[in-house]
Write a protein that binds this ligand. Sequence first.
Ligand code: EPU
Length: 423
Amino acid sequence: MDRLIIQGGTTLRGELRASGAKNSALMMFPAALLADEPVTISNVPHLRDITTMIELLGSLGVEVVIDEKMNVEIHANTIKQFRAPYDLVKTMRASFNVLGPMLAHYGHAEVSLPGGCAIGPRPVDQHLRGLAALGAQIEMDDGYVKARVQGRLKGAHIFFDVSTVGGTEHIMMTATLAEGETVLENCAREPEIIDLADCLNAMGAQVSGAGTDTITIQGVESLHGASHRVIADRVEAGTYLIAAAATGGRIRMRDANPDHLEVLITKLREAGAEIETGENWIELDMHGERPKAVSLVTAPYPAFPTDLQAQIIALDCIAEGTGTIKETIFENRFMHVHEMNRMGARIRLEGNNTTAIVEGVRKLKGAPVMANDLRASVSLVIAGLIAEGTTVVDRIYHIDRGYEQVEEKLKNLGANIQRVAEP
Ligand code: EPU
């Protein structure tokens, strides 16, 4: 297992490019299972989660062709198996979303229930309710969801009880092949949902309203091949912007969409950053100053994303003043707090562990740390960058799930960081 060794105290400066969005790209793979012809996805990031998804399609017998530029071509009609096994679904919940597309296209599918994960229980009840409303017969057997339909699924009016990104995506894509109209209400509005709808429409689907809380899908009989380019990863871009702000630095993010990061930009300005934006770039300058503490509440898009909460806590650790960070999406997403406290941070959890009160200190101290969630792990890298001395971040396979070439990108910005294999 690899670890990252960071000598803290450098200021991040320079220019870098945001990769393709992990959470968008991941959904294009199940979506491609709906088509009768090959679907080509470009700007796919080179990440462990993407490899897991490719492995999952491989286990279904689906041919996936990848070129050196990470253009990925998926041939759904080569499918041979209709069962997604536990060992692949448990490592990555996004795999659960192959259920609906296989069902809609081929009439049956079996997918393991994903189970719990490091950041909370994360149920799939909204996915299952949606599929049932579209006419799927669903049975649970031995930890697997077995779904069938005679003929085609049928359009329905579905109201989500909670704002769910994966649930909205799952039912939206499945309904593209249902007979008649489907109306989804109380949908999540994340940019990745719009990106998925664009990809589906390029395949011949008729989806409208993605990005609002009501999505309407006119079902079609079949979908054809298409090429689609994945949008920029707003969470990756946001992570580097926060890292630069925390170190007092100055960076320019290329290929990033500032419209997708509006709240973060507001919060970083509150922290003292000067930020300029263009159509596809964001420039941040902290002028070497210590950040001011920011407070926020995570909530579904367009509010502050839970996927940037841990990184903002790292910034608040060394900020002037006290920040209050409330997490409302996941139950167990503060594991980085205990590790940061070991580095000299002053953070206490309140309100049944839903709120972190971060009292800024002038400096953190390097320490060996680890976390078992992607965003928590990368927040410890930021903590390492602003700490005195050496920080060793262990179990970085979590970071490799969602950050392409993290140490290369940080090195280019002047960080003193190395990846080493565990002895
Ligand atoms: N929920 C339910 N029932 C459901 C589905 C969700 O109660 O059937 C609850 C969840 O337990 C959670 C809330 O609804 O409390 C939101 O979950 P959501 O379904 O929106 O999350 P997700 O689709 O499983 C995606 C991202 C996450 C990101 C969340 C929230 C992908 C592949 N994953 O997860 O990304 O944190 O939305 O924005 O898109 C990450 O990249 O590090 C990551 C965890």
